[in-house]
Design a protein around this ligand. Structure first.
Ligand code: SF4
Ligand code: SF4
Length: 313
């Protein structure tokens, strides 16, 4: 029988790392964003995290048509447009070698995602050990949906535990319970969304109902592990910001033993450019970010329910 791989050799698809982050958990953190997500939230601000595989982005506004990428591409996947001003890429020919990204003088081509072994990731994580120690921070594994790559996440969390680093995951919750079971003993905090309380509406807005998410939250809450549970609502004007929806989630939180805080995450449009680079349609073209007075009024109402509520996370 073949030996099972050393956990440090397990590879995952990482979108990017955010160092010295002051969000997604307490203290100063390294946030590891992984690729791949089972949901398709209409307000998603990181469309580049949805697919598991690495992807190539192209910004036609930056492209000068120099054709350096056409010359370097080993698969002949890139061709000039008819007017010679821009280029087009055939996704069926592209094998994601990303050589064109390296040569583009205008940074008009972008790489989304790379394979990293657990060992390589732990080397990056360890560089900031002193900051975790002094700030009470640690590592948060986010996505996409990190628990799609559960073996990788387990290996990284285990590496953190061995080094005494605080661990958190930021999850959609929409994964089989077994994926949670595999990592619960290695986690100090879980940040999990209840995007919309009504399951039918959740399905309309994300592609899936929320029954699995709610079931997973309740099983985490009943588990014997000392995990801090943070519930989050991405606040999208006109979509999920009704008082009825917000109060339903606030009251649900009150019934959870491990619940610590409700985080209100205001909708923003920072991901719009990524849709363009990936040639994807942005579903919420007409929605603007909520203003701070509106957010504060919602938070004040939710605090009347007797729970901790915070803007951002
Ligand atoms: S990633 Fe590689 S194969 Fe794909 S278009 Fe660029 S150079 Fe060609
Ligand atoms: S190398 Fe960059 S600027 Fe030149 S044609 Fe390709 S994408 Fe455009």
């Amino acid at each position: 029988m073949a030996d099972s791989p050393n956990k440090e050799d397990i590879k995952g698809t990482v979108l990017h790392l955010e160092k010295m982050a002051l969000f997604d958990g307490k203290g100063m953190r390294t946030v590891v964003f992984l690729k791949g997500c089972p949901l398709r939230c209409q307000w998603c601000s990181t469309p580049e995290s949805q697919k598991l595989a690495p992807q190539l982005g192209y910004d036609a506004d930056k492209c000068t048509g120099c054709q350096d990428c056409v010359t370097i591409c080993p698969k002949e996947a890139i061709r000039p447009t008819d007017d010679g001003q821009k280029v087009k890429t055939d996704p069926d020919r592209c094998d994601h070698c990303f050589e064109c990204v390296t040569v583009c003088p205008e940074n008009a081509r972008k790489r989304y995602g790379r394979e990293m072994s657990c060992r390589q990731l732990m080397e990056e994580i360890e560089k900031d050990d002193v900051f975790y120690f002094h700030s009470g921070g640690g590592v948060t594994i986010s996505g996409g949906e990190p628990l799609i790559q559960v073996d990788y996440v387990k290996a990284v969390l285990s590496g953190c535990r061995e080094r005494g680093i605080h661990t958190a995951i930021e999850t959609s919750g929409h994964v089989p319970w077994e994926n949670f079971e595999a990592v619960l003993p290695l986690i100090d905090a879980i940040l999990i969304d209840i995007k919309v309380h009504d399951s039918g509406r959740h399905r309309e807005l994300t592609g899936h109902g929320n029954a699995r998410i709610m079931s997973n939250i309740e099983r985490i809450d009943r588990s014997g592990f000392p995990i801090d549970l943070y519930i989050r609502i991405p606040l999208v004007p006109g979509i999920n910001d009704s008082e009825a929806n917000l109060l339903a989630t606030a009251r649900y939180c009150k019934g959870l033993k491990k619940f610590k805080e409700l985080h209100i995450l205001p909708y923003h449009r920072m991901g719009v450019a990524s849709y363009r680079f990936l040639d994807m349609k942005y579903p919420l073209e007409k929605i603007e970010s909520p203003n701070i007075e509106m957010i504060e009024a919602k938070v004040a109402r939710l605090k009347q329910e007797g729970i901790e509520v915070k803007i951002g996370g």
